[in-house]
Write a protein that binds this ligand. Structure first.
Ligand code: PMV
Length: 315
């Protein structure tokens, strides 16, 4: 009655921002991401008939706050769905640079979904794992898959899941670490406030157009078209967030975005994307990494990420 799973962080090129159903985490629009190979979460789940409630540790620390209740309510959902009569010890380890704001609920809930189902011998296909992971964290639906994946927004639990789209072995992400304060507003709350802004409708419409462009560019392996639409989609999302009175980016993030735009003017294929935090992820191709890397390393610590694998059992 135990299992250990590993899931990798994914970075969205076309972002998920906004939920039409908060409980089921059904987004307004579909999103597209790349699962990367160097940051991941390992989660060990052990069902124990002696336990009277779940026990959660993250990176060796017992968790009793909101994070515990989020995991507990997800486990309650799973217990009810699959008639699991036990509580569990859940030990989760994040393999990400410490204090980098990269600890990701995407890799965490994808790993938990795989480990918690496998530990009770429930064999599910990746589509069903994706639906279940989504109930813990929207972006976790995409970390079930390696390489590129699309999360179809759908309209209900059944129709909202991610799907593998393929790989691109030369694709690279330079993860530029920017230190920032602890996130003041979590992504769930920030989405809620964003959804109330007049610009939100424009965002949803534009994101659907961006997705079509990105899918076509991905299909044709046209890097500059994919990078261009991914960068403008990220900037629009941050514009929406700013209008909601929240700012996740800081002066170092801005400097990295400007550097990316300058390098582009010099002919390098580099494009930036940012999520609900100050880190900047630069998309490029393997043959340009050596030339562009020193420019970024002058400003900050950089990790080079390649396309990674989907969730896997590691017992
Ligand atoms: O899954 P959440 O609630 O952490 O939302 C993540 C949203 C973004 O990272 C900003 C965008 C995305 O699509 O991953």
């Amino acid at each position: 009655m135990q299992s250990k799973a590993r899931a990798f962080v994914n970075i969205a090129l076309i972002k998920y921002w906004g939920k039409k159903d908060r409980l089921l985490r059904i987004p307004y629009q579909s999103s597209l991401s790349l699962t990367i190979d160097n940051f991941y979460t390992d989660t060990h789940v052990v069902y124990d008939e002696k336990l009277t409630q779940d026990v959660l540790t993250i990176d060796g620390k017992i968790i009793v706050d909101d994070e515990f209740f989020r995991v507990k309510s997800w486990m309650d959902m799973l217990r009810e769905k699959y008639h699991i009569p036990y509580y569990a010890h859940i030990n989760s380890f994040n393999h990400v640079p410490k204090k980098a704001g990269l600890a990701s609920s995407a890799s965490a809930f994808a790993a938990l979904t795989k480990a918690a189902t496998k530990a009770f011998d429930i064999e599910l296909d990746d589509t069903e794992l994706s639906r279940l992971a989504r109930l813990g964290s929207g972006s976790a639906s995409r970390s079930i898959f390696g390489g590129f994946s699309i999360w179809h927004h759908g309209n209900n639990h059944e129709s909202s899941y991610a799907q593998y789209l393929g790989d691109w072995s030369d694709f690279r992400m330079l993860v530029c670490l920017v230190s920032g304060d602890e996130k003041k507003v979590g992504s769930g709350d920030a989405m809620e406030i964003s959804q109330k802004q007049p610009i939100f409708k424009t965002w949803v419409k534009q994101a659907e157009i961006d997705l079509k462009e990105a899918l076509d560019a991905l299909d044709k392996h046209n890097f500059s078209r994919l990078g261009k639409v991914a960068e403008s989609n990220a900037l629009l999302m941050h514009d929406v967030i700013n209008r909601a009175g929240i700012n996740y980016l800081n002066a170092s993030s801005q400097a990295l975005i400007e550097l990316t735009q300058d390098l582009r003017k010099k002919g390098y294929p580099v494009y930036a994307t940012m999520d609900a935090g100050p880190n900047v992820k630069v998309m490029t191709l393997s043959s340009y990494v050596e030339e562009v890397l020193p420019h970024y390393e002058k400003l900050t610590k950089v990790y080079i990420a390649k396309p990674g694998s989907g969730v896997l059992c590691i017992d």
